[in-house]
Design a protein around this ligand. Structure first.
Ligand SMILES: Nc1ncnc2c1ncn2[C@@H]1O[C@H](COP(=O)(O)OP(=O)(O)OP(=O)(O)O)[C@@H](O)[C@H]1O
Ligand SMILES: [Mg+2]
Length: 204
């Protein structure tokens, strides 16, 4: 029996979109196989989003996940985590997943926090940066940050996620992003993101 593909979302900085990205990635994965979102943030933001039962995947906490995964077979595990993991947490996170995704927003504080985190990642970690909350044109912050991160040698995913109000509404109504007003256009970023490597290989 194949073990599930596990993708973890983590960042040193809070509020960069770990939970939002976890929900969107789990929604995408659910189109490819049975998916469990593990909410290991004590704030339980992902669990609150899922509470109304409108999401196309199951959720568990880090406490209940073990019981569930020993009874049911999942193809994908998406793991949402609290901000500021310790070095030990990071080691464990990296060892227990196929891919670590670090959401970064196009601002100096987020990029600084990425620098601090990257130094603490174990050597040969399989991680990617997800550029999130890219402001609309004519602002160039998204493209500039993408280029800066590439120049700094970071493995940035080739598609980023634009800033849309629909994300806040999706969380408030407990729905997938494409089910709220203005969400279909926002969702396009995710369907494009999964065409990029290594996500395409992991999800196929
Ligand atoms: N692409 C986006 N466009 C607009 N708003 C976004 C986007 N991604 C996330 N947000 C909003 O930013 C806020 C923080 O997002 P989220 O809760 O996912 O971050 P987080 O990294 O999980 O935070 P925490 O560290 O507190 O767990 C939320 O209000 C969310 O709706
Ligand atoms: Mg969160």
């Amino acid at each position: 029996m194949n073990s599930p593909i596990a993708i973890t979302l983590s960042s040193f900085k809070g509020g960069v979109g770990k939970t939002t990205s976890s929900i969107c990635l789990a929604t995408l994965c659910s189109e490819h196989g049975k998916t469990l979102l593990i909410d290991s943030d004590p704030n339980r933001s992902a669990s609150m989003w899922a509470r109304q039962g409108n999401l196309p995947f199951q959720t568990a906490t880090e406490i209940t996940a073990h019981k569930l995964t020993s009874k049911e077979r999942f193809d994908f595990l998406i793991i949402d985590t609290p901000a500021r993991p310790t070095e030990d947490d990071l080691q464990e996170l990296i060892e227990s997943c196929h891919l670590l995704i670090i959401p970064v927003t196009p601002d100096a504080m987020s990029i600084d926090a990425l620098g601090t985190m990257a130094k603490k990642l174990p050597k040969d970690s399989n991680f990617r940066i997800l550029l999130n909350m890219i402001p609309p044109p004519p602002q160039k912050d998204g493209q500039e940050t993408y280029q800066l991160l590439r120049e700094m040698g970071y493995p940035v995913l080739d598609r980023g996620i634009r800033f849309y109000k629909a994300y806040k509404n999706a969380a408030a109504y407990g729905k997938p992003i494409y089910k709220v007003q203005g969400g279909k256009i926002a969702w396009r970023d995710w369907t494009e993101l999964v065409k990029t490597q290594p996500l395409q290989s992991l999800l196929s």
